[in-house]
Ligand binder design. Structure first.
Ligand code: MG
Length: 299
């Protein structure tokens, strides 16, 4: 399914349509950035600032228009919870539940006709040699994402740092949450398991030994951009690794790069990507829920 059109944010800030250069995060497509004169940019920034303030005021009005315990206030939608924590709730999109046919929701690279060539074994999928990274055919923005992953056993002790069972989860095809065997494996802090790659280390290291299943539970707020490609609200992430909070409403600094400072480029919704870094990683039980923009606006 193709990416959805962006939803208007209180009808005042518009962002780009899906497909705007989502893919290889290490090669951002600068062409989608729109250049303007400095004067126009200043006026645009002022306008956007006013619009952001107006949007915040609108959100505040939405919250305060009901009195305390107001019985006319709409109730939240009822969602059947899973039997056990970690399983998909009723309103989740299951991206990989253990079936061979689940791979049809994924593709290799940006071509929807290029099938994901990862191998399904029992209830998990494993990365064969040179199979390439895979990404969902569907695009997402703000979301809750559950991913379980496992690093291979038997890796020689001489294989260390970033070479030791490397992978990653890319949100919107752009922002990498690092996957690595960080159990007794020294590497740079902003590149260990759970790091926003090249930006922020996790608060603690809760990595399990190789050969054990681990989980990421992510709550992600997408960034917003104005018509000139300026980021008017940075992305944010909350991340639980093996049930332990390692990022709490963390601001993401922009596209994650290797040995380059992060920065934003404008884009629409994007896929969930899983990285092939040349290691036989395993993944299972992957599901996602779209999260609404309101009433969780961050001013
Ligand atoms: Mg990685």
């Amino acid at each position: 399914m193709a990416g959805r059109a962006g939803v208007s944010w209180c009808g005042v800030v518009r962002w780009l349509e899906p497909g705007g250069g989502i893919g290889n995060a290490s090669e951002p497509e600068e062409s989608i950035m729109r250049s303007t004169s400095n004067g126009a940019k200043s006026a645009g920034c002022l306008l956007v600032g006013l619009l952001v303030i107006a949007a915040g005021a609108y959100a505040a009005a939405e919250v305060t228009k009901y009195s305390v315990h107001d019985m006319s206030r709409p109730r939240p939608v009822v969602v059947k919870p899973p039997e056990r924590v970690g399983e998909a709730p009723a309103d989740a999109i299951v991206l990989f539940g253990g079936k061979e046919s689940d791979l049809l929701q994924w593709q290799k690279g940006n071509d929807p006709e290029d099938p994901a060539a990862w191998m399904v074994v029992d209830d998990y999928m494993v990365v064969p040699k040179k199979a390439g990274s895979i990404q969902t055919k569907e695009s997402f923005g703000s979301c809750q994402l559950h991913v379980e992953w496992r690093t291979p056993e038997g890796v020689p002790e001489t294989v260390t740092s970033q070479s030791r069972s490397n992978s990653g989860v890319f949100l919107m095809g752009t922002y990498e949450v690092q996957i690595l065997d960080s159990y007794g494996n020294e590497t740079y802090a902003d590149g260990q398991a759970g790091a926003m790659y090249g930006q922020h280390p996790p608060m603690v290291n809760v990595c399990r030994p190789a050969g054990q299943w681990q989980s990421y539970d992510i709550a992600f707020m997408r960034p917003l951009f104005d018509d000139d490609g300026n980021c008017v609200r940075k992305a944010r992430i909350t991340l639980f690794h093996n049930g332990v909070c390692i990022h709490n409403n963390l601001e993401i600094e922009g596209t994650t790069f290797h040995k380059r400072k992060a920065r934003y480029r404008a884009h629409g919704e994007g896929p969930i990507q899983l990285q092939d870094h040349g290691n036989p990683m395993r993944f299972r039980n992957i599901w996602i829920r779209r999260l609404p923009e309101e009433p969780y606006l961050i001013k």
